[in-house]
Design a protein around this ligand. Structure first.
Ligand SMILES: CC(C)(COP(=O)(O)OP(=O)(O)OC[C@H]1O[C@@H](n2cnc3c(N)ncnc32)[C@H](O)[C@@H]1OP(=O)(O)O)[C@@H](O)C(=O)NCCC(=O)NCCS
Length: 173
């Protein structure tokens, strides 16, 4: 970023959680994602406790955009970061703010020792917002994998596991 640029990207400090939750709530509302303010606040707190990234873009002193980075470790990839929640408020679009947020997130990935980054898009995001083209300019490639999500893990299983003693015995012979 140039000196004297009106744009500043930085990871949020303790006192900035509320503004981060404000812009994330706006993002979720506009895009129709599930999750009220309390839910978003709880997850932002958890992300920060676990050392993840919540970065804000400030344009002439106003909050203009947000991006997050959540790291995980995988046998296949080593340390990898999912860059998520990328959002630029409508009044600030086409000023290069998303680009600056992504570059900032890439720098953070390198700093924590991650060797790759992923983004997730919805069918709607790809067809209505052209997100495949948007992300491809930053080097993201569609690797043809599909994510299957198991939600509600807190709910206890309602059916007992379906193995029988006879079957276990038969398998061990
Ligand atoms: C997508 C979004 C983040 C782009 O933000 P932005 O700040 O306007 O983007 P930038 O100005 O940094 O654009 C960077 C480049 O991407 C291009 N671009 C912007 N939006 C694009 C889109 N929807 N599709 C393809 N290219 C796009 C710009 O032309 C620019 O190219 P250039 O650098 O060659 O000029 C913003 O429109 C947004 O928040 N949309 C709603 C939320 C969303 O879809 N988030 C992604 C969730 S996975």
């Amino acid at each position: 970023m140039k000196k004297n640029s009106p744009l500043e990207i930085r990871a949020i400090g303790r006192g900035e959680r509320r503004v981060a939750v404000d812009i994330l709530s706006r993002f979720f509302r506009e895009e129709g994602f599930a999750g009220d303010r309390r839910y978003i606040q709880k997850n932002v707190d958890l992300m920060l406790e676990e050392g993840n990234l919540v970065a804000l873009a400030w344009y002439e002193g106003e909050v203009a955009g947000v991006a997050t980075g959540s790291s995980g470790v995988f046998v296949e990839w080593g340390k990898q970061v999912e860059i998520g929640d990328l959002y630029v408020a409508p009044d600030f679009r086409n000023l290069g703010i998303a680009r600056a947020l992504i570059e900032y997130a890439f720098d953070w990935c390198r700093k924590i020792g991650a060797t790759s980054a992923v983004v997730e898009t919805t069918e709607e995001g790809r067809s209505l917002h052209g997100l495949k083209e948007f992300y491809s300019q930053f080097g993201f490639k569609d690797d043809q994998r599909v994510i299957y999500m198991k939600p509600n893990l807190k709910k206890k299983r309602t059916r007992p596991p379906s193995y029988s003693r006879n079957r276990v015995r038969a398998l061990s012979v």
